[in-house]
Ligand binder design. Structure first.
Ligand code: FEO
Ligand code: CA
Ligand code: CA
Length: 641
């Protein structure tokens, strides 16, 4: 057992790398000066006007898309649920502020609604095949990199459940992102001291695809499958779409394309695959040559000499931006990556038509024609909201042996002050972009720069997107403490608490949309349902919106999962689950019957055993581990009801 002094020292190290994350994750790199007209609207749009929701209600009513067949089915199901639960879609006993204070043991253990129960599944270090090596949080050791490569990683984030035969509520493949684990948490030291340390850090990041089954006792566990696998930054991958084959992805070293990293949010496709989103990929690069100067593109993507302090570049030359043999390695990251969860032999594919930025998450809406629209946020202060529309109906593309994600048009959003907005095409059909970029590949590798040129609206850190039951899109904007001038779509300066925007468009190919502020998190202050820093979002087909938060919560709470009935006249968040000290609640998946849900507890205690030992019992020294939380309603009802 470690002395108190050791633990104190470790706490300091842990806080240090977490502070680097906080500082660098959000440093704005957008110098485009877009939206200079924002001063005008700041004067005109008061928060009260926005909160009144006049624009919102009118716009949604007017432009609401015709429901697809699936949505109509969901509508009638929603009606049934609403009747069953007495007029509200959200009817459980929420976790109160006082209840959390009383039951959380000072933030050491989570608290769930009295109407619900939870189970911990696949904490960091769980073998992906039964019987494999386990890491259980022993502070005196860590897995070897070889062990970690066959264990569930750290930093659980976006996920999806791929049920057996698409209808099983008791078995399937769970795909889970492992966004990040700081060096003190994952390695037990502030910086890697060897290539082996780097390989362990790398193996802790990435994606797990694991088979899980529900036992006769009602508990879920890992089961054996040939298709279970770990995907890390060292796994062979392919590029597809307009940038595939471009010299911008080639290195003098001739190294094959490997891996994915900082996998944040996710989204399922209508054809049964998993999309994982590469967010803060810049944080893993750095340079060993002190004289190295990043180019304009690298600066816009936030690369600097030391990244987020992971130190990979000191031992793995792929991540050294100043190594001319790997000059284009960094262009290989920042993409959306498609994974087949049911075929462990298939390489992950980087879908370059969806652009390169700090991809937070993705939500897909299927239009009546069968074309798809993918809604995506770029999470950095003052960065943008994007949409990709497939050229072909997705089934037609698949029948032709082509990916619906490889051919189509990428757009970036401009939010106007009157509650409408425009999707601006990012292609060389725009003369400004033709002048700036010699090829489509160059444009896509530099998506952020292209969006700067066409006058996209800088937002308050776009995080997740989710499609509501009527085809509306919810966008979480987590916060922006550096906003000095408000605008209609980002109406608070500074924006300390974050907000949720709702966009509505006629069809998936629409170039105009209407929008409203669905909720300012600051409006929940002083209420029992208070939450801030909305991040993860999942809208179910019944009309409920589940929000996971990432940021210091008021009133002694920790990060939480809250539920909103979006069919109600005004938002009234109901708290379903509250995590532990310094964690984040993120990711969402359910069984097809919506009676089992999974969410993730990320970086509990920031890895500090003094803050929490969850999911181990509180003992003051076991290393807390990121894990998945299985949620069920005690009465067997649909999650959220
Ligand atoms: Fe990975 Fe923006 O959260
Ligand atoms: Ca997030
Ligand atoms: Ca976040």
């Amino acid at each position: 057992m470690r002395s108190e002094k050791d633990l104190e020292h470790r706490s300091t190290q842990i806080q240090d790398q977490h502070a680097i994350h906080d500082q660098k994750e959000d440093v704005p790199s957008n110098r485009s000066g877009n939206r200079s007209f924002q001063d005008v609207l700041a004067a005109n749009v008061s928060r009260r006007d926005l909160m009144r929701g006049g624009i919102a209600a009118a716009a949604v009513g007017f432009l609401a898309p015709k429901a697809s067949i699936a949505m109509e089915a969901a509508d009638s199901l929603a009606g049934a649920v609403k009747r069953a639960v007495g007029g509200s879609l959200v009817n459980f006993a929420p976790v109160t502020i006082a209840q959390y204070a009383a039951q959380s043991d000072g933030g050491k253990v989570p608290v769930i609604s009295d109407d619900y129960q939870y189970q911990v599944l696949i904490p960091w270090g769980t073998p992906i095949q039964p019987g494999g090596p386990t890491y259980n949080g022993d502070p005196a050791t860590r897995p070897t990199s070889a062990e970690q490569e066959v264990q569930v990683g750290i930093g659980h984030d976006g996920m999806w459940f791929f049920a057996d035969e698409d209808s099983s509520n008791t078995g399937g493949m769970l795909a889970v992102n492992h966004e990040f684990g700081t060096n003190p948490h994952l390695l037990g030291k502030p910086a890697p001291e060897s290539l082996e340390d780097v390989r362990l850090s790398q193996a802790g990041h990435g994606v797990s695809v694991v088979r899980i089954e529900k036992g006769a006792d009602g508990l879920w566990d890992v089961a054996a499958s040939n298709n279970s696998r770990r995907i890390t930054v060292n796994t062979p991958v392919e590029f597809s779409g307009p940038v595939a084959g471009s010299e911008l992805l080639e290195n003098a070293a001739g190294n094959e394309p490997l891996g994915t990293v900082n996998n944040c949010g996710s989204g399922p496709t209508p054809w049964g695959t998993y999309l994982t989103c590469e967010e803060n990929f810049n944080g893993y690069f750095g340079w060993t040559d002190a004289n190295y100067e990043p180019n304009e593109s690298q600066a816009r993507y936030g690369f600097d000499s030391d990244g987020f302090g992971y130190g990979w570049y000191n031992f793995d030359e792929r991540f050294d931006l100043s190594n001319p043999d790997y000059a284009n390695e960094s262009n290989r990251f920042g993409w959306i990556v498609e994974i087949d969860p049911r075929d462990g032999t298939k390489k992950p594919v980087k879908r370059t038509a969806l652009g390169r930025f700090k991809h937070e998450a993705i939500a897909i809406r299927v239009g009546r024609s069968g074309r798809i629209a993918c809604y995506m946020g770029d999470d950095q202060r003052f960065d943008y909201c994007y949409k990709f529309v497939s050229a072909l109906p997705y089934e037609e593309a698949l029948a032709l042996g082509r990916s619906p994600l490889d051919e189509g048009i990428l757009f970036v959003a401009r939010f106007d002050d009157d509650g409408t907005g425009r999707w601006i095409e990012l292609s060389r059909r725009d003369l400004r972009l033709r002048r700036a970029f010699a090829t489509d590949a160059e444009l896509l590798v530099n998506t952020r720069l292209a969006a700067d040129i066409v006058g996209a609206t800088p937002m308050d850190r776009p995080e997740w997107t989710s499609i509501g039951k009527s085809g509306e899109v919810f966008w979480t904007l987590t916060n922006n403490s550096q906003r000095e001038v408000a605008d209609a779509a980002n109406p608070e300066a500074p924006n300390n608490d974050g907000h949720i925007i709702r966009t509505v468009e006629r069809g998936v190919r629409g170039r105009r949309f209407s929008w409203d502020i669905y909720l300012l998190a600051s409006s929940t202050r002083e209420t029992e349902g208070v939450f801030t820093d909305p991040d993860a979002a999942y809208a179910d087909p019944f009309g409920r919106l589940f929000i996971g938060t990432d940021g210091g919560q008021p009133d002694g709470l920790q990060d939480q999962l809250t539920v909103l009935d979006v069919t109600a006249d005004s938002p009234s968040p109901q708290r379903l689950f509250v995590g532990v000290n310094s964690d984040e609640i993120t990711g969402w998946a359910t069984t097809p019957d919506y009676k089992t849900a999974w969410t993730n507890m990320q970086h509990p205690g920031d890895g500090d055993p003094a803050a929490t030992n969850f999911p181990a019992a509180t003992d003051g020294f076991t290393v807390p581990r990121d894990c998945t939380i299985v949620i069920t309603k005690k009465d067997g009802g649909i999650i959220g009801s």
